[in-house]
Design a protein around this ligand. Sequence first.
Ligand SMILES: *Cc1c(COP(=O)(O)O)cnc(C)c1O
Length: 424
Amino acid sequence: MTSYQYSADFAEKMDKEDTLSSFRDAFHIPVMHGKPCIYLTGNSLGLLPKSARSFVEQEFLDWQDLGVEGHTEAKNPWLYYHHFLSKQVAAIVGAKEKEVVVMNNLTVNLHLMLVSFYRPTPTRFKIIIEGGAFPSDQYAVDSQAKFHGFDPKEAIIELLPRQGEYSLRTEDILAKIQEHQDSLALVMLGGVNYYTGQVYAMESITRAAHQAGALCGFDLAHGAGNIPVKLHDWDVDFAVWCSYKYLNSGPGGTSGVFVHEKHGNSPDIPRFAGWWGHNEKERFLMKRDFVPMEGAQGWQLSNAQIFPMAIHRASLELFEKAGMDNLRKKSILLTGYLEFVLKHIHTLGKFDFEIITPSDPEQRGCQLSVLVRSNGKNLYDYLKTQGVIVDWREPNVIRMAPVPMYTNFQDIYALGKIIESYGN
Ligand SMILES: *Cc1c(COP(=O)(O)O)cnc(C)c1O
């Protein structure tokens, strides 16, 4: 156990000992007021890997020189481009290569998964989600319930924290699943809640959902690249995530999908189909009947988005080099340091705030959500004038995510000093 100190020397020493410290140089850190900012919003939009330009430039060159021939003649033939990401993506989410595919955008993929894995019957039609889920996820499940002729008020069951608490207790989640076991079709949670930063006990939730006769899927928008997950071993039915948060692959970047192999190999599972999901060997024979590719690839609709995927490859290469386990180790230390510094500042009694993210490292990734009791927006605005980018969530929460890939301990110490100077 590291015993933290709130001092410049301590932060410098931690950075010297950090075996991942060189990865910071692989990213462009935005400059504010003439110097690199303290960037704590990698949970919202990850930073640009310097190598992304050359990955994209390769595709510009091949397009420029080859035109349509690039589909087969490009250095990375466009026809097969999605294959070039699967291995690294699978490592990040604990999947077999065949169980993942990169395609589309997140909410689109969530709908595609719900089409296949939310197949309600008159008696088994409920979906359990977390109360205060990310709006897009709420809209997706509500509209799916309506699409099947159900009233979301009856079909969607929201998990809420106990009075006076901010996080969900696993025992309460499991109890809710049991309570609805006769009518439950699906459990669909964010693996990591975007607001509180809480990591849910995905393995036991999946087991409980299955025992209740339901399926279980996760939206890992805040999980992928943040915490290690083992989707295959946990027997999760499906998962989706985006690439532009912790995975640093650019605004509106492409998205990832996991379909467990037990489903991926059943061609009869209902799905919305498109030509890129069709058996690759005969795709261009333009035959009449759809024969899905094996695994998650069988859910593809359209030909690959080469440019967003090129950026994604640059970032995935960095994740492969750094290793999720190493990133997680640093993340626990770094987030623990942020917590330590914030708690220290709290003891100074200058303003009132509370960290609503669980303090147990197993129940959080790198994000800390700080509930500021009064004038939180002022603090947020002040931080920006001091070159700190955090994010503001109505009504009173500042989210801070020291992502281990490019944040260092000296950033956190400097942040502490800046917060201390607030209101002086
Ligand atoms: C970021 C995020 C989204 C955003 O969806 P897009 O389709 O990528 O715009 C959806 N759900 C969750 C849980 C998110 O965190």
